[in-house]
Design a protein around this ligand. Structure first.
Ligand code: BGC
Length: 872
């Protein structure tokens, strides 16, 4: 029997978050993971909840489930707070309590809002780029039991109460499809309030709401031309009464020290214009003018499902030098998304100007890849002592910075790069014996960090930074390993659904903005539009979230039906606009869509794959009526693909991407697949193991080789260092994944293409193969309830390891190769099962706990009997 002190219950969460304050659902699903001795099996769980009303609730549920289980109590009403804990137990009653989780509903009903948006007065911050301050004072005559601030903005906001920031979020409320969804943050501000007089203030800036967005000049004022704050502070007193302080016509506004701020162009802060004490009592005397009242339909206000953007790390420069022009140049050693924080001393009015770039050229910053993003921050000193400054409402993608007007002082002490992105929990790690591959993996991680900024973006540096659907479609499986991005992506998928056209067309990027005649209006395109089906499925597979599938179902069907219509009776999607195998390295710099592989082949292969992926969803959702429909469609498209692109069982399109698609999407029969694998391996060898795939082929090629018995060729492809290849960029000093295989050309110059980012995650999708195949850990049932450990050593690696915090708890694998024997250790979390597949094909089933296996490897290795030992 298990002893209670051996059992731990961890990470209790409501929906996808452990910060369940202001949650937006009345019946949040609960989840936790358990660490227990290997024999322990959950038979039931007890949920207890204590409300502020003193009422105690308890529910016992007979079930082995622990991931996103149904809320066991009556639905929450707005503001209702319950302190919840859970106790999973085995048949004998052995179990343990989790730590408590505060679950508190936000404002669930539109009618809960009394606040109205307040806009700066006419003449205050009414031009694009300018920022504003708004404020109000109020008196609390009774003691405070608790206080909640529900806040959002048209624009981006930072709120202060009595001179102190209410939270550490950056660029709140982030970017959503604003007309349909605007995220409200709910904060516990109890400790910031004072007895008697209080003051609240907010800084507002353009952000995505009013700032310039998009390439080719972009568009500003997309969502509106007035900034506004919407805030409702609710203060609870001992007698149960509530004081509400809401944005209304008593608020006042003024211009502040931020003269200009834009996401692309940077921020200009004139410290001489600061208003000391502006968010404290008495700080609103001078030149403040009454706000205007704006409008917002409260039915469009939603609770956050993902963690906010935050500062997550600070880096000191690794090198500093002075250019011939006398400018200070800094290298932070890492391409990142964020901004600088500087400490300076100088005369009032002296100006420090900071420019940013990802790479150097001719001894200075290379800013051409930024296109129309000025990425320049300006600080005008207040004078009279040390001043510390970091811009508040802008981000840059950079590794290098150039400072004009640096007033001296050791930059190694006085300058930091502050890394900023959505503060997702890191869940996955990978290591191996080849430092180049580890660096590649690290680069993928940094590109995820730099591009998960409220939405999944393509790049963080140029005049773009958009939620390109194809990029995340191919990268989502990697992302879901590296960080807990379940809430982040399911929130963004709501925007995808909201912006999908009635006919099923999925925009190229979400939120949608005007993008010139190529992109606006949106036209249906494979790989990108398939996000509507494939990414919800990834979330189901990796996080076990069935609700995403249910919510997305009608939109996914709309996409698949659209593609079916466009393909016509012959089921070939060979008309219309396609990006195809975007960024095939053979495409010319000026047109990345001119790939080797026929676009219609890419589109038709994807049509089959997406229908196939959708096919099991009705069974998952318990809707048997639709059970066979999409499988039949997938069969038809597969048949059409074969008739069009095979002759005598061979693909007529002889490219790496075509073969990889056909193999991985199951478009050929067994013998043809084997032949296609041989041909693919031959093509890769003929190319000297350099890469010949773009967005469509790259995520698949290593798997396609592995599946067809050519894992050695997959390793050779992975480990090749000449251009184009993954390790070419590593050899050239990359610290993030590049947009183009040759963003930096072999001669060290920057690719002349108009689209040359050094921080684009899409081609880093190979990391999913590193996790699943090189290290060898993958989900075999949704949410990793069953885990497949199938390492395939190769490429001269002697060691690899991967750990992932699954919804059931930490899982991992580590293998070492020595003296012709492979030693594998796997960890299976409580509540999950493992299947281990060793080289040579031996299979072992295992339960929770740690297990070791040994297998002979190499030429002539005979399978020996199992040597398995539980490691606990
Ligand atoms: C973006 C992409 C995107 C592509 C599609 C680029 O400008 O950066 O990554 O998917 O356009 O055309």
């Amino acid at each position: 029997m298990s002893r209670t002190d051996e059992i731990g219950v961890h990470d209790l969460r409501a929906e996808q978050t452990a910060a369940a304050l202001g949650i937006g659902t009345a019946a949040p699903r609960l989840g936790w993971w358990t660490s227990a001795p290997p024999a322990w099996r959950q038979q039931r769980y007890v949920v207890e909840a204590l409300g502020d009303d003193g009422e105690f609730r308890t529910a016992t549920v007979t079930s082995g489930d622990s991931v996103l289980v149904p809320w066991p109590f009556a639905p929450l009403v707005s503001r209702q707070h319950l302190r919840v804990r859970v106790r999973p137990e085995d048949a004998s009653g052995a179990g343990a309590w989790s730590a408590p989780l505060d679950v508190e509903a936000g404002l669930l009903e539109p009618g809960d809002w009394t606040a109205v948006p307040v806009e700066p007065a006419d003449g205050v911050a009414d031009s694009t780029g300018s920022a504003a301050l708004v404020r109000a004072e109020f008196t609390l005559t009774q003691p405070v039991v608790s206080a909640r601030l529900h806040v959002t903005a048209h624009g981006v906001h930072e709120v202060e109460l009595n001179g102190r920031r209410t939270d550490d979020a950056v660029l709140a409320p982030g970017w959503t499809s604003y007309p349909s969804r605007l995220v409200v943050t709910t904060l516990d501000v109890t400790d910031l309030l004072l007895p008697g007089a209080n003051a609240i203030g907010a800084v507002l800036a353009d952000g995505w709401y009013r700032g310039r967005l998009g390439f080719g000049g972009g568009t500003d004022r997309l969502y509106g031309d007035r900034l506004a704050l919407l805030a409702q502070l609710e203060v609870r007193h001992p007698d149960g009464s509530v004081t509400t302080v809401a944005t209304d016509d008593r608020w006042t506004s003024a211009a502040g020290p931020i003269v200009a701020s834009g996401l692309y162009d940077g921020e200009h802060h004139d410290a001489r214009l600061e208003r000391p004490g502006w968010s404290s009592v008495g700080g609103g005397d001078d030149g403040w003018r009454p706000v205007r009242l704006g409008a917002r339909d409260p039915a469009t206000l939603v609770a956050a499902e993902a963690p906010p953007i935050r500062r997550t790390q600070r880096l000191r420069p690794v090198a500093a030098w002075t250019s011939p022009e006398g400018l200070l140049l800094l290298d932070f050693g890492q391409n990142l998304t964020g901004r600088l924080r500087i400490r300076v001393r100088g005369d009032a009015g002296s100006v420090v100007r900071i420019r940013h770039a990802e790479v150097l050229e001719h001894g200075g910053l290379c800013t051409r890849p930024l296109r129309d993003a000025a990425a320049t921050d300006v600080y005008v000193l207040r004078g009279g002592g040390e001043e510390e400054w970091e811009p508040r409402f802008t981000l840059h993608g950079f590794r290098y910075a150039e400072i004009d007007g640096w007033p001296g002082g050791d930059p190694a002490q006085a300058v930091e790069a502050v890394v900023v992105h959505s503060d997702l929990e890191r869940t996955g790690r990978f290591a191996c014996s080849d430092p180049r591959v580890e660096r590649l993996h690290e680069n993928v991680l940094w590109s995820m960090r730099g591009n998960f900024v409220s939405i999944p973006t393509d790049c963080p540096q140029r005049d773009e930074r958009l939620g390109w659907t194809g990029d995340i479609q191919v990268f989502a499986p990697t992302a879901a390993f590296l960080h807990d991005c379940a809430g982040f992506l399911s929130s963004w998928l709501r925007d995808v659904a909201a912006e999908q056209e009635a006919d099923g067309t999925v925009p190229w990027y979400v939120p949608t903005i005007p993008g010139g005649s190529w992109w606006t209006p949106s036209r249906p395109g494979a790989v990108w539009g398939d996000v509507a089906v494939l990414t919800p499925w990834t979330l189901w597979e990796r996080f076990g979230d069935r609700a995403v599938l249910a919510r997305q179902w009608s939109r996914a069907v709309a996409w698949v039906e659209l593609v079916e219509r466009l393909s016509g009776d012959d089921h070939l999607w060979d008309e219309g606009f396609q990006l195809g195998d975007w960024l095939d390295p053979a495409a010319p710099p000026e047109d990345p869509s001119l790939a080797r592989t026929d676009r219609s082949l890419v589109a038709t292969a994807y049509a089959a794959h997406t229908a196939r992926t959708l096919a099991p969803t009705p069974a998952v959702l318990g809707n048997d009526r639709e059970a066979d429909r999409f499988a039949r469609l997938a069969d038809d498209v597969r048949q059409a693909f074969r008739s069009r692109w095979t002759v005598d069982g061979r693909l007529t399109e002889d490219t790496q991407t075509a073969l990889a698609l056909a193999i991985r999407f199951g478009l050929l029969d067994d013998a043809e697949t084997a032949a296609a694998g041989d041909r693919l391996a031959a093509l890769v060898r003929e190319a000297g193991h350099t890469i010949a795939t773009g967005f469509a082929g790259t995520p698949l090629i290593c798997d396609a080789l592995t599946d067809t018995g050519h894992v050695d060729t997959a390793y050779a492809l992975l480990l090749e260092e000449s251009c184009p290849s993954w390790l070419y960029a590593v050899r050239m000093g990359a610290t993030t994944i590049w947009e183009r295989w040759d963003s930096l050309l072999p001669d060290g110059t920057v690719n002349p293409g108009g689209m040359t980012s050094f921080n684009h995650y899409a081609l880093g999708a190979v990391a999913d193969w590193l996790h699943r195949v090189v290290a060898g850990v993958a989900p075999a049932a949704p949410g990793y309830r069953a885990i497949r450990f199938a390492p395939q050593p190769g490429g001269g690696l002697t060691h690899a390891a991967a750990d992932v915090r699954t919804p059931y708890g930490p899982a991992g694998i580590e293998w070492r190769l020595a003296d012709g024997e492979l030693a594998v250790e796997v960890t299976v979390p409580t509540g999950a099962t493992g299947e281990v597949v060793l080289p040579g094909g031996r299979r072992e089933a295992c339960g929770p706990g740690r297990h070791r296996f040994f297998a002979p490897v190499g030429a002539g290795a005979e399978l020996t009997g199992p040597r398995s030992s539980p490691a606990r």
